[in-house]
Design a protein around this ligand. Sequence first.
Ligand SMILES: [Zn+2]
Length: 97
Amino acid sequence: MQDLTPFIFERWKNDWKTRKNKVKRCPLCGGEMHDGMTTIPFLISEKVVVIKDVPAEICSDCGEAYMKSSVVDKVESVLDKLDELRSEMSVVHYEVA
Ligand SMILES: [Zn+2]
């Protein structure tokens, strides 16, 4: 199960789950990582933006997802573009955003 508590982007960006380099082992449980997709909810000025299909390395044991810095940059630009959205909650796909 994924924890769907929205992240505050500025904090998430500096989180240990976002990394410059590939992680070989899960820092939480030591499990093996594999490439996959994840869904990340963000809380931005009281609006929720859910970004789907974000490339990530996912722990095969505990399911924790880790983002590379290139992905973090793209997420940032996606969130920038969404600033003008009026809706309380938006769902976007990483690739098409
Ligand atoms: Zn793990």
